[in-house]
Design a protein. Structure first.
Length: 135
C-alpha cells in the first residue's frame, strides 16, 4: 500500500512539473509575441510622440500595453486591441503547431501575417491636416 501511495505522489509531482514546464513555455511564447508587437508599434509609428510599454502585471495570463497615440490618430483602440490579442494567440498557436502538427502550421503562419498587417494598418491611421499644394 505504501508503494502505491509513493507511485501516485511521484506521478502527481511529474504531472505538476510538466504543467509548470508547459506554463513556462507558453509564458515565453507570449513574451516573444508581446515584444514583437511593441517593436512593430514603435517601428511603424516612428514620428509619433507615443510609446509602447509592455509590463507583465503579475498574472501570467495578462500583459498591459500602454499606448499614447498622437492627437491625429484616427484608429480605434478596441480594434487595435483585438488585433493585438489575435496576434498573440496566433503566434503561440503557430509555435505549438510547429512542434506538434507541422501540417497545421501554414494556417497559423498566415494568420500571424494577417494580424501583423492589421496591427500596422490600424496603428498608422492618422488624420492629415494642413496640407498645401503649390502648382
Amino acid at each position: 500500500a505504501a508503494a502505491g501511495r509513493f507511485d501516485t505522489a511521484e506521478e502527481g509531482r511529474a504531472a505538476l512539473e510538466t504543467s509548470e514546464e508547459t506554463a513556462d513555455w507558453m509564458l515565453r511564447q507570449a513574451d516573444n509575441a508581446a515584444a514583437d508587437i511593441a517593436g512593430m508599434l514603435r517601428a511603424y509609428r516612428p514620428g509619433m510622440a507615443s510609446r509602447a510599454v509592455t509590463d507583465e502585471t503579475g498574472d501570467d495570463r495578462e500583459w498591459l500595453f500602454s499606448l499614447v497615440m498622437e492627437p491625429g490618430w484616427r484608429g480605434d483602440a478596441r480594434t487595435l486591441s483585438t488585433y493585438i490579442h489575435r496576434y498573440m494567440a496566433d503566434s503561440i498557436l503557430a509555435a505549438w503547431y510547429r512542434m506538434t502538427a507541422p501540417d497545421r502550421l501554414p494556417l497559423y503562419q498566415q494568420a500571424v501575417a494577417t494580424d501583423r498587417d492589421n496591427i500596422i494598418d490600424e496603428a498608422r491611421k492618422t488624420q492629415v491636416k494642413d496640407v498645401y499644394f503649390k502648382l
